[in-house]
Design a protein around this ligand. Structure first.
Ligand code: NAP
Ligand code: HSE
Length: 441
């Protein structure tokens, strides 16, 4: 509860890439933020893990604590902003804050994807808001649009690029021939990557974000564990070269679609035609296309990670939470929902297995450079009802008597492709299946 004469006090959990941006903005743009809220907004305390770490000199040491209770148990703190990441202790902190009647703003996609419905129920019970615009798409306002402006639609699909780190890495590998390791290091230095970058590289971060977007789009909970994930670590410089020669770019895609009551949700790198709009989304940029019954195709595009864009999203939510405090000082905030319209917010919708996917495929194989190899591979693929659209032989290595085959298929069933590749690998003439990528037209 906040009295009319009270300042609105913010407790910030985390002072890293995002927290540093949020703290600086709250301190340096305090007048502007307060004017937008309609009441003075003050940063009261900041939780960090390591009190000895050097901090921005603009942030007074008296603001910093390592004791979460100085924020969670302080009734004078009205809004909690969580930017520490991970599930533990973040989930506990969020629950404690909501139970104590604090509005909560978070950038934590992992917690939202895993415990969103539970946290939302807790927020409702306590008459406070749980706002999480920064959890998906950095500075792109996609969460709010799905929760509000696009609500009138039956959403058929949400797809695009929703991880800045992997898009940055693939862009650097494709355009500057930067090594994977170097490109990852750059993404980390720029503040794009998760604390454990495996989450980015293996598609886990995009999986959490897709679970959030799909839950909001389809009004039923989509469980992150049900989403198919393939990371980008199998990609090599030659994949970008061959893709380019074939007229494609390689992009880290996340795709969720609803058809006949079944949801398909997958995260993987894919070949997309060079002329496709998503092929031109480079670096840290994200783009999400939403297809709805009334709105048709709506495209969201912007910086998907990094201090400033994410600060924009967190601050927007902080201002919104402040306004709700001003308009509902006794704590009954406007209803928020996840998913919005059916009774149980825990209701989960199953995700179809990737086995049923129909797609074109790019296959790169290392084979013996001898007559009859292609015929043996083509026979297995043909038996699996997989029709070959084109084959290119690449990089013959006379010393090892090996060559590389790049095969593009016509649309085929994922389960058949996987099963056929298992048989292909067993051929004596096949040394390795180096890559399998889906092609999205
Ligand atoms: P970060 O740079 O690693 O910062 C994490 C901050 O949290 C640090 O200040 C750290 O304290 C503090 N912290 C971590 N664990 C703590 C604990 N157990 N107790 C107290 N403090 C703890 O992370 P970030 O990049 O800012 O990301 C934060 C969150 O925002 C994550 O959920 C991330 O997924 C999300 N996000 C990040 C971006 C981005 O571009 N970076 C974009 C959107 C969303 P010390 O400073 O003492 O180590
Ligand atoms: N690691 C995330 C990314 C941060 O690269 O997209 C933004 O959520």
């Amino acid at each position: 509860m906040v009295e009319e004469s009270d300042d609105i006090n913010v407790g910030l959990l985390g002072l890293g890439v995002v927290g540093g941006g949020v703290a600086t903005a709250l301190l340096e743009q305090s007048d502007d933020i307060s004017r937008k809220v309609g009441r003075r907004v003050k940063l009261k305390k900041i939780l960090v893990r390591d009190a000895a770490k050097p901090r921005d000199p603009g942030i007074a040491a008296s603001l910093i604590t390592t004791n979460p209770e100085e924020i969670l148990a302080d009734p004078g703190i009205h809004i909690l902003a969580e930017v520490i990441g991970g599930t533990d202790p973040a989930t506990r902190f969020l629950k404690d804050a909501l139970a104590a009647g604090k509005h909560v703003v978070t950038a934590n996609k992992e917690v939202l994807a895993k415990s969103g419905p539970e946290l939302m129920s807790l927020a409702k019970q306590n008459g406070v808001s749980l706002l999480f615009e920064a959890s998906v798409g950095g500075g792109i306002p996609i969460v709010g649009c799905l929760m509000n402006q696009l609500l009138a639609n039956d959403i058929q699909s949400v797809h695009g690029i929703i991880n800045g780190t992997t898009n940055y890495i693939l862009t650097r590998m494709a355009q500057a021939h930067t090594s994977f390791t170097q490109a990852l290091q750059e993404a980390q230095e720029l503040g794009y990557a998760e604390a454990d970058p495996t989450n980015d590289i293996e598609g886990i971060d995009a999986g959490y974000k897709l679970a959030i977007l799909a839950s909001l789009a389809f009004h039923r909970r989509v469980n992150p564990e049900d989403i198919f994930l393939q990371g980008i670590s199998s990609l090599e410089a030659k994949d970008f070269q061959y893709a380019q020669e074939l007229g494609y770019a390689i992009k880290p895609l996340a795709i969720a679609s609803m058809s006949n009551g079944a949801v398909q949700a997958r995260v993987h790198p894919a070949l997309i035609p060079l002329g496709h709009m998503l092929a031109k989304v480079d670096g840290v940029y994200n783009a999400v296309e939403v297809t709805g019954s009334l709105c048709g195709n709506v495209l969201f595009h912007g910086m998907g990670a990094g201090r400033e864009p994410t600060t924009s999203a967190v601050l927007g939510d902080l201002i919104e939470a402040g306004r709700r405090l001003v308009s509902h000082p006794n704590g009954s905030s406007p209803p928020m929902s996840w998913p919005p319209e059916n009774g149980s917010s825990e209701e989960t919708i199953g995700v179809s297995s990737i086995d049923g996917l129909q797609s074109k495929y790019y296959l790169r194989l290392n084979v013996s450079d001898q007559p009859g190899v292609l015929a043996q591979i083509a026979k297995i693929l043909g038996d699996g009802n997989i029709s070959i659209a084109s084959v290119i032989q690449k990089d013959a290595d006379p010393d090892n008597q090996s060559a590389e085959l790049v095969i593009i298929t016509h649309p085929a069933l994922e389960a058949s492709v996987q099963e056929s590749l298992r048989k292909v690998v067993e051929l004596n003439v096949v040394k390795e299946v180096n890559n399998l990528l889906r092609i999205e037209e």
